[in-house]
Design a protein around this ligand. Structure first.
Ligand code: SAM
Length: 249
């Protein structure tokens, strides 16, 4: 039987998943950042702040970040703001529409060559071995069909002593909160998607894909298999989001 992958609640041929994911982000690109604020009540900013604090870009030495599945560049721009004058970020994403929004935002902020946007698949990064001080992926890994390949690639391009950080939604297990979260996710979020983007289906996929993503302890095991050391994770907001960390030592 051919390999399959989860596309939200559906099981699809592995080879078909990426095109389906790409349709989602083509559809939502222009309103992506607004929708993040609306859906999370602005909480995604706090989750990304925790990620940036962990990246801890140097204030006085050159620092090279790779933000994988970086979309509109939100995380990369936050890392640049937190770092010193020598901080540089490369945003890579498979979706040209998300990157186009990011380029416009970076130009409006006058970021110049501190940030570059590269169209690339997380499963086959067009970067040299050991070329980044840190690699991040925020709310991106669950969209990638071959997660193991993406983790191996992240490991390959991080310098020895560098860190990998992954922010991702996590299945909620707190009694009471799980019911509320399910109701909100399956009813309110698709309705918001319809109202703001004219597309409920893409947001239904995003919600369902969270349910299919591995539990934090299982994902930590995948990081170890990819070669990362000192693997750990921290749960935030009642376990809605997990910040995973691993080092290349
Ligand atoms: N990291 C950004 C953020 O936190 O705002 C964007 C996250 S968005 C939910 C997921 C992103 O993953 C989309 O921009 C999508 O195009 C990208 N993506 C999906 N599959 C990918 C792949 N195989 N390689 C690179 N990027 C991918």
């Amino acid at each position: 039987m051919a390999d399959t992958a989860h596309f939200g609640a559906r099981e699809v041929p592995l080879a078909d998943k990426q095109a389906l994911v790409d349709d989602v982000f083509h559809s939502v690109a222009r309103r992506y950042d607004l929708m993040n604020d609306l859906m999370s009540f602005g909480l995604h900013r706090a989750w990304k702040d925790a990620l940036v604090t962990a990246v801890d870009p140097s204030k006085n030495r050159p620092f090279a970040l790779l933000d994988i599945a970086g979309g509109t560049g939100d995380v990369a721009m936050r890392v640049i703001a937190a770092g010193g004058a020598g901080t540089r970020a490369t945003v890579c994403d498979i979706n040209a529409d998300m990157l186009a929004v990011g380029r416009e935002r970076a130009a409006a902020r006058g970021l110049g060559d501190a940030i570059i946007f590269t169209e690339a698949n997380a499963e086959a990064l067009p970067f040299k071995d050991k070329s980044f001080d840190a690699a991040t992926i925020a709310f991106g890994i669950r969209n990638v069909p071959r997660i193991e390949a993406a983790l191996a690639e992240a490991f390959r391009v991080i310098k020895i002593g560098g860190r990998f950080l992954c922010l991702e939604f996590s299945p909620v297990t707190v009694p009471g909160l799980d019911k509320l979260y399910d109701f909100y996710s399956f009813n309110v979020i698709p309705a918001l998607g319809r109202a703001v983007v004219g597309d409920a289906q893409s947001y239904r996929y995003l919600v369902e894909s969270i349910r299919r993503f591995p539990k934090p302890q299982d994902f930590a095991g995948m990081l170890r298999t990819a070669g990362f050391a000192r693997v750990s994770y921290q749960l935030m907001t009642g376990g809605i989001v997990a910040l995973h960390s691993g080092w290349r030592l």
